[in-house]
Design a protein around this ligand. Structure first.
Ligand code: FES
Length: 103
């Protein structure tokens, strides 16, 4: 039942969309995390990249957000700009193309 031989590991792009309750504290949601998640989902689908974009509430680096983490074993991207996703998309594209080299 749905068993897969595990030849390929699923890859994730995790976007923090957390809005902290205290507006005086920085949070990714307040800095465009939601927009980033939507735009990355659209871009990944348009490019057919084999990664899944998922959202998360706080990756523990709130001061440095918006944050996007590539996993497993990928880069933790900080200060991602919703109005300029090219740099992070390049990283995602490179990450998606990598064979699992950590085993
Ligand atoms: S709010 Fe995004 S890392 Fe904490």
């Amino acid at each position: 039942m749905g068993y897969s031989a595990g030849m390929s590991t699923r890859k994730y792009v995790t976007v923090c969309i957390n809005h902290r309750a205290n507006p005086d504290l920085p949070s990714c949601g307040a800095r465009g995390g939601g927009e980033i998640a939507q735009a990355l989902k659209a871009a990944v689908a348009a490019q057919g990249l084999p990664v899944e974009v998922v959202t998360f509430n706080c990756l523990g680096e709130c001061e440095r957000g918006p944050n996007v983490k590539l996993s497993p074993g990928g880069e933790f991207c900080h200060g991602v700009r919703p109005d300029d996703l090219t740099p992070v998309l390049e990283k995602i594209s490179a990450f998606a193309g990598h064979a699992d080299s950590r085993e």
